[in-house]
Design a protein around this ligand. Structure first.
Ligand SMILES: [Zn+2]
Length: 130
């Protein structure tokens, strides 16, 4: 379930224009990891995994943090291979892809679902399989 552990990567915004503290903590851990992999670095710079850079550019860590807060991570970047992590094939990734598990920004905090639950009460969900 290693990709669940990294669910924070794609849960960046709190819906009120702020950034979730779990995302900030996660990014700090990411930076720490990246900076421990000296052979993947270029001087003091690491590859930026944000949506704009796609791990193509080396940047200093403050800039990488800024990019991640601003743009978020590039899609499906659960294994930090450009920062030195082993690219292990994990079936879970594929299973989750099939169920659209890689788009948490769209699925969470669905106001319609919340409304239905409010009207129907907590038991409404019991007959559904998911
Ligand atoms: Zn970037």
């Amino acid at each position: 379930m290693s990709n669940l552990k990294r669910g924070w990567m794609y849960e960046r915004l709190d819906g009120r224009g702020g950034i979730l503290s779990s995302f900030i903590t996660g990014v700090n851990n990411f930076i720490q990891y990246a900076c421990s992999q000296k052979n993947r670095m270029s001087g003091d710079n690491i590859k930026c995994p944000c949506k704009k850079c796609h791990n193509l550019k080396y940047m200093d860590v403050e800039m990488v943090k800024y990019h991640l807060f601003q743009y978020g991570f590039v899609e499906n970047y659960f294994v930090w291979k450009y920062q030195g992590e082993e690219d292990v094939i994990d079936e879970m990734y594929y299973v989750n892809d099939l169920h659209g598990g890689t788009q948490p920004e769209l699925g969470y905090d669905n106001p319609y679902r919340q409304m239905v639950l409010d009207v129907a009460g907590p038991n409404f969900d019991q007959g559904l399989s998911r």
